[in-house]
Design a binder for this molecule. Structure first.
Ligand code: NAD
Length: 252
């Protein structure tokens, strides 16, 4: 299927690895020109490998939770692209996974909210003037199934993803008259450096006993939501959890 994305310009946050890097690769394969943002310098390596129409992806390093840095790098990347049609907000941290609420430090709670929620707000706010100028602009927020369901020891993360998802819905409603679509993806476990670290599985998920998807599979969902092919889809969340959250506690 032609996703009708050729020649469009996208900014992807959290693009140094995992889902963000996979999304950058998938968008580049569709002929999308890219600006990549991450706190990790490795984002420059990802960018150098993604050449579209002879032009390598632009990249910039910044802590998205810092308002001044976020504004400066978003502006710089949009300037490098010349315009902006698509924004993928993927940067995130998992925080103190496995820590009970009474042992969770305020600083850890605040950092998770600052990166996952405030960082997305700052990036979208800064990118909006450019997106309003675009033809068929789309924003995709990488939330999580943790916006809907909970596991012990992940309270800050779950709270941040629920807030992020509602921010995406609020933005979608507010921006619909301007033609800017905002949707979210909410995957369960994805095989990335984050999940391997959180679950203590440096070698990966073989034999895990629960369903795990690849970062490339999440990227496919994001590409669809970026594409004009999903034009009627707005203010929604793709929950890709293999149907697990639909299960009942009824012992049938
Ligand atoms: P990852 O750790 O590989 O990628 C996250 C990226 O965000 C990293 O490159 C990191 O450097 C960047 N980042 C972190 N803090 C930042 C900041 N303050 N400013 C700029 N960049 C920052 O992990 P991933 O699994 O690819 O996660 C990507 C997104 O997907 C996250 O929002 C995560 O919550 C979400 N998610 C992951 C899973 C999973 O199982 N891996 C499941 C659901 C949702």
């Amino acid at each position: 299927m032609d996703m009708r994305l050729t020649g469009r310009r996208a900014l992807v946050t959290g693009a140094a690895g995992g889902i963000g890097a996979a999304t950058a690769r998938a968008l580049a394969a569709e002929g999308v020109r890219l600006g990549l943002l991450d706190a990790a310098p490795a984002v420059a390596v990802v960018a150098a490998g993604l050449v579209v129409d002879g032009v390598p992806a632009a990249s910039a390093c910044a802590d998205l939770a810092d308002p001044d840095s976020a504004a400066a790098v978003v502006d710089a990347l949009i300037a490098a692209l010349g315009a902006l049609d698509l924004l993928v907000l993927c940067a995130g941290v998992s925080g103190p996974v496995g820590t009970p609420i009474e042992e969770t430090a305020l600083a850890d709670w605040e950092r998770v909210l600052a990166v996952n929620v405030t960082g997305a707000f700052l990036a979208l706010r800064q990118a909006l003037p450019a997106l309003r100028e675009a033809d068929a602009p789309a924003v995709v927020v990488v939330a999580s199934d943790s916006a809907f369901v909970a596991a012990p020891g992940m309270a800050p993360y779950g709270a941040s993803k629920a807030a992020l998802l509602q921010f995406a819905r609020a933005a979608a409603v507010e921006l619909a008259p301007a033609g800017v679509r905002v949707n979210a993806v909410c995957p369960s476990v994805v095989d990335t450096p984050m999940s391997r670290g959180d679950l203590g599985l440096p070698g990966g998920f073989d034999g895990a006993g629960y369903p795990v998807q690849t970062a490339a599979e999440v990227a496919d969902q994001i590409v669809f939501l970026c594409s004009p092919r999903s034009r009627p889809v707005n203010a929604t969340a793709i929950v890709s959890d293999f149907g697990v959250s639909a299960g009942s506690g009824f012992p049938a």
